[in-house]
Design a binder for this molecule. Structure first.
Ligand SMILES: *Cc1c(COP(=O)(O)O)cnc(C)c1O
Length: 458
């Protein structure tokens, strides 16, 4: 049993949290239509909904906030961020965006139309929705092992390069405006991608003149996994690994709310100056002038500082060990999880844990609700609520392969005793697992329905 790592920081500001009563939680769920996104955060005790924007900023980041330059055009903070992005990622051009999906929107607006197909290992929900919103077809070509929950594979986020090559030839390279890879693979369990795989994917895309973009939300965790697991990288720094990864790509976008440990922010970076000019025009229409892109100058400063902190190896070592500790506690209970533990979250296999609930009755939703009602803990369903969709040609409902509940770990926020409390609640869930029922949807919008859908217990 691995020990919880000692934190490479100490706490000098606290935020009170409170465990509500079981009756209060029942009422909160009725009000929320059983959707945890609609439960007020004050009614949540341990919030593992997401690791996005929920990290604790450091004293250096808060100090950066105070020196933000709020000039509309050409702020000092923009130039500092530009230097940092060039230093880590090596891209000549970039624009700040208010978060990851804004970058996805801009890229999709410029490059995707109704004849487009866009491959990746797995697209995350916002990427998938932004591509579909422009009429495009996102295509997931992750290796088959990714769907084998218990397989212990070092780089389970890898793309299947044979599938990719075949698929490009079948689809026609002219219908593929760009190709992606997501590091780490959030939708597939926060699993890393190897440098060897990124190299192979880049070579295939480039062979067919398809620009290669990386969804870089958790690139730093991915770099540290490469350092730990890929032969030849143990002696390299995470920054050197990052430089090597991004040297293979034509562009990247990042929700900096992840590995840059900021509460808001993102960027879209690229090498092609012509594309950059179009991106600037689209950015001005939707986000803001290209030197602030929907962020305040202070946000750009916190982001510049946070990008380096997110790559710090003492921090990453603690980060991945905390996730591994949490995984171990849950595995010990007997609850199946995606193996091995990924970087930022543990994914409970709700489909296997609750075999009495069919996919159309949302086992992931049922488990998410049960965990909240039992212990005031908020996770997120990553299954049929999030990903089931109608095939545009046949009208048939296509269900995802896995029904998961993600418990994401905010960065530098919760301690070992918080995680032990979550494990105690999961133990109770495990004991009562046969008693849980499914849900039906009473309201859902067409895209990204998991954020606002309402449910009723069956
Ligand atoms: C969070 C995330 C996004 C979207 O970023 P937002 O900042 O939430 O808009 C895109 N891709 C991946 C892999 C993510 O984890």
């Amino acid at each position: 049993m691995p020990k919880h790592p000692a934190e490479p920081f100490r706490i000098k500001m606290v935020e009170p949290i409170r465990l509500t009563s079981s009756e209060e939680r029942k009422q909160a769920m009725i009000h929320a239509g059983y959707n945890l996104f609609s439960v007020p955060a004050k009614d949540v005790y341990i919030d593992l909904l997401t690791d996005s924007g929920t990290g604790a900023m450091s004293q250096a980041q808060w100090a950066s906030i105070m020196v933000g330059d709020e000039s509309y055009a050409g702020a000092r903070s923009f130039y500092r961020l530009k230097e940092v992005i060039q230093d880590i990622f090596g891209f000549e051009f970039f624009v700040p965006t208010h978060q990851g999906r804004a970058a996805e929107n801009i890229l999709s607006a410029l490059m995707v139309n109704k004849d487009s197909y866009i491959p990746s290992n797995m697209h995350f929900d916002t990427t998938d929705a932004n591509l579909r919103a422009r009429g495009g077809r996102p295509v997931n070509l992750v290796n088959d092992q990714a769907f084998n929950i218990s397989a212990i594979v070092p780089f389970k986020g890898n793309m299947d390069v044979d599938k990719l090559r075949k698929w490009i030839l079948e689809t026609g390279p002219e219908k593929i405006p760009f190709g992606c890879i997501t590091i780490t693979n959030n939708a597939g369990g926060g699993q890393p991608v190897s440098l060897e795989n990124i190299k192979a994917v880049a070579a295939i895309y480039h062979q067919y003149n398809i620009p290669f973009f990386i969804d870089a939300c958790r690139y730093a965790e991915n770099c540290y996994f490469i350092k730990l697991r890929e032969p030849g990288y143990a002696e390299k720094t995470t920054k050197e690994i990052a430089r090597e990864i991004f040297s293979l790509a034509d562009g990247a976008w990042m929700s900096s709310k992840k590995d840059a440990i900021v509460n808001i922010g993102g960027f879209l970076a690229m090498r092609d100056e012509g594309l950059y000019q179009k991106v600037c025009n689209e950015l001005i229409l939707r986000e803001g002038f290209p030197t602030y892109g929907g962020l305040a100058g202070r946000d750009l400063e916190a982001l510049a500082t946070g990008l380096y902190e997110g790559l710090n190896e003492d921090y990453l070592d603690y980060r991945l060990k905390q996730t591994a500790y949490f995984a171990d506690k849950i595995r010990e209970i007997g609850i199946p999880i995606i193996e091995p533990a990924g970087g930022h979250a543990i994914y409970l296999d709700a489909g296997t844990l609750l075999p009495q609930i069919p996919q159309k009755e949302f086992p992931g939703q049922a488990l998410t609700a049960a965990i909240y009602l039992e212990g005031g803990i908020r996770g997120v369903e990553i299954g049929s609520v999030m990903f089931a969709h109608k095939d545009p040609e046949t009208g048939e409902i296509i269900y995802p392969k896995l029904e998961l509940v993600r418990l994401a770990l905010p960065r530098r926020v919760y301690t070992q005793s918080h995680l032990d409390y979550v494990a105690d609640i999961l133990q109770e869930i495990w004991e009562k697992r046969a008693s849980f029922h499914g849900y039906c949807i009473t309201y859902a919008p067409e895209l990204l329905r998991h954020f606002t859908a309402r449910f009723e217990p069956l």
